[in-house]
Ligand binder design. Structure first.
Ligand SMILES: [Cu+2]
Length: 98
């Protein structure tokens, strides 16, 4: 079964690389420096959940980062930044290393 698993991993990797244009979930990492206590991520998360098109939010409290997965046909990084900023937590998209 080892080979099958390796093959599946390869297929998934290939799919990820050739992401179809009709469904393009994007992931952005936002640096939220204002998250200073453990209640902050909850507020940030709630604000982001209200943005249409957002499908996944991972708060990395220790790194003061929020990883947001969203549908880029429905929303964009600017809207996400605006949402956290309006909630009292200004954020900056992390420059993605290519
Ligand atoms: Cu707090």
């Amino acid at each position: 079964m080892k080979n099958l698993k390796a093959m599946l991993v390869g297929v998934v990797a290939a799919l990820a690389l050739t992401a179809p244009s009709w469904a393009s979930p994007k992931t952005v990492t936002l640096n939220v420096s204002g998250m200073t206590c453990e209640a902050c991520p909850i507020t940030v998360k709630k604000a982001l959940q209200k943005v249409p098109g957002v499908s996944k939010i991972d708060v990395l409290y220790e790194k003061k980062q929020v990883v947001v997965t969203f549908d880029d046909s429905k929303t964009n990084t600017d809207a996400l930044v605006k949402a956290t900023t309006n909630a009292g937590y200004p954020s900056q998209p992390e420059k993605t290393a290519k």
